[in-house]
Ligand binder design. Structure first.
Ligand code: FAD
Length: 468
């Protein structure tokens, strides 16, 4: 029977969690089948997430920097934007990576089955392939079916001018006026792109700050900059209704930040979060527990309540980040292969690739206060960094929290260009149990933005008392 297949390990979902788990299990000698509904691997991250967004953000950065270079006497004039070429380039970046993944799967003899899979029992999956249903029996399963954008009930989501992040990344056009609902990481990254391409942006956020979850002082330099660039940013405000009209999308607002009662936009991007796909995979047929929201609870070995079924990535919980998914994928594959391992990362860093970037890791100050943890903090202003001045970006800041007694690093946050690259040092410091003196005594190359991490540590260990 060619329609049925047995796998030592079946992986459901070919995103960063799924393909990493599949490849690791194959490398450890397991016979692996990877089930993915789309004909390309890579999931959200490679196809419609991390990778295309960062490619477009690179283009945005060049436009923005060219404009601001007039501050120091370089005048480039208005960029001429070939949208089709930009789109093609972004698609090529994605294609290069997804093609690479297909090659890696082949090399490892991972069987890729294309189609939507659902559990039919705790030992089998049924996959709807183009050739008809296919049954895959398994010894172990790893669920890596990810998440999808949340929609707002009652909004005209079927109107082509209403976008989710996937639509926004397609770059069908540059709308004159774009409304972005949701001031989180994804909404603000897309705002950065469309602003640079020429859209007038309005951002609406329900909470009292953009990027809720990040410390307010870290978000402030970003907020101050985009407040000047964008048409409007309304905090503590809600979009209650959207009417699709021939001349545009009429949005109605409710809130206390001075938003008008209603306004007309050419397009609307809804970026109000993502929901896990736990309810869409027939988990009940396998006896796998799924919570109300659609998350699948797991232990630190990534095991679900059914001992031979594992789950990883966005579907197991927040933060929904690719580097968390890949890390969990390795753990599941290794546990299945008999290794004694567990997910024990001390922190999962977060990055908004906005302009400036905002990155943080470990304990936030808000959390430290809420948990009553005794900490000391230093915030090094980039206005005192020669390198930051030399790139004309003095609004940045590097902050470290340390334990009041042991002086060990508890958390850190960076706002400024390249913050996403710079935060890795803080993550390493935390994982290695470094204290502020360890960081302060580490010689950093001068003049770099990375020095600001050492300067903040020096402020905490007492070797810098005066910044100027
Ligand atoms: P996914 O990537 O969602 O993959 C799940 C896969 O399973 C999909 O390919 C799906 O088609 C498949 N699937 C689902 N159900 C079935 C089924 N029943 N049968 C067969 N296949 C199925 N994270 C970062 O760390 N950095 C970033 O810069 C970043 N930027 C982002 C930008 C955007 C616009 C978005 C939307 C997300 C971004 N993320 C980023 C988040 C990141 O994309 C996710 O955290 C990551 O993709 C999660 O990986 P995963 O393997 O859990 O799931």
């Amino acid at each position: 029977d060619t329609s049925s297949l047995h796998a030592e390990v079946v992986v459901l979902g070919g995103g960063p969690g799924g393909y990493t788990a599949a490849f690791r299990a194959a490398d450890l000698g397991r016979q692996v089948v990877l089930v993915e509904r789309y004909p390309v691997l890579g999931g959200v991250c490679l196809n419609v997430g991390c990778i295309p967004s960062k490619a477009l953000l690179h283009a945005a950065k060049i436009i923005q920097e060219a404009q601001e270079a007039s501050n120091f006497g370089l005048n480039f004039g208005t960029p001429s934007i070939d949208l089709e070429k930009l789109r093609e380039w972004k698609d090529k970046v994605v294609k290069t990576l997804t093609t690479g993944l297909a090659g890696l799967a082949k090399q490892r003899k991972v069987t890729v089955v294309t189609g939507v899979g659902r559990f039919s029992s705790d030992r089998s999956l049924t996959v709807e392939t183009a050739e008809g249903p296919r049954t895959i029996s398994f010894d172990h399963a790893i669920i890596a079916a990810g998440s999808q954008p949340v929609r707002i009930p009652g909004f005209p989501h079927d109107d082509p001018r209403m976008m989710d992040s996937t639509d926004a990344l397609e770059l069908a056009e540059v709308p004159k006026r774009l409304l972005i609902i949701g001031g989180g990481i994804i909404g603000l990254e897309m705002a950065t792109v469309y602003h640079a391409l020429g859209s007038r942006i309005t951002v609406v956020e329900l909470m009292d700050q953009i990027i809720p979850g990040c410390d307010a002082d870290l978000v402030k330099p970003l907020y101050q900059r985009i407040k000047k660039q964008y048409e409007n940013i309304f905090l503590k405000t809600k979009v209650t209704r959207i009417e699709a009209k021939s001349e545009g999308l009429q949005a109605y607002f409710e809130g206390d930040e001075g938003a008008p009662e209603s306004d007309l936009f050419d397009r609307v991007l809804v970026a109000v979060g993502r929901k896990p796909n736990g309810h869409l995979i027939g988990a009940e047929n396998a006896g796998v527990k799924v919570d109300e929201k659609g998350f699948i609870p797991v232990d630190e070995c990534q095991r679900t309540n059914v001992p031979h079924i594992y789950a990883i990535g966005d579907i197991v919980g927040n933060p929904m980040l690719a580097h968390k998914a890949t890390h969990e994928g390795k753990v599941a594959a290794e546990v299945i292969s008999g290794e004694r391992t567990a997910f024990q990362a001390l922190t999962i860093p977060s990055v908004a690739y906005t302009d400036p970037e905002v990155a943080w890791m470990g304990l936030t100050e808000t959390q430290a206060k809420a948990q009553g943890i005794a900490y000391d903090k230093a915030a090094f202003p980039w206005a005192a960094s020669g390198r930051a001045l030399g790139i004309d970006r003095k609004e940045g800041m590097t902050k470290i929290l340390c334990d009041k007694e042991t002086r060990r690093i508890l958390g850190a946050g960076i706002v400024g260009p390249n913050a996403g690259e710079l935060i890795s040092e803080a993550v390493l410091a935390l994982e290695m149990g470094a204290d502020v003196e360890d960081v302060a005594l580490t010689i950093h190359p001068h003049p770099t933005l990375s020095e600001t991490f050492a300067f903040a540590a020096e402020m905490l260990d007492g070797s810098i008392t005066d910044l100027y």
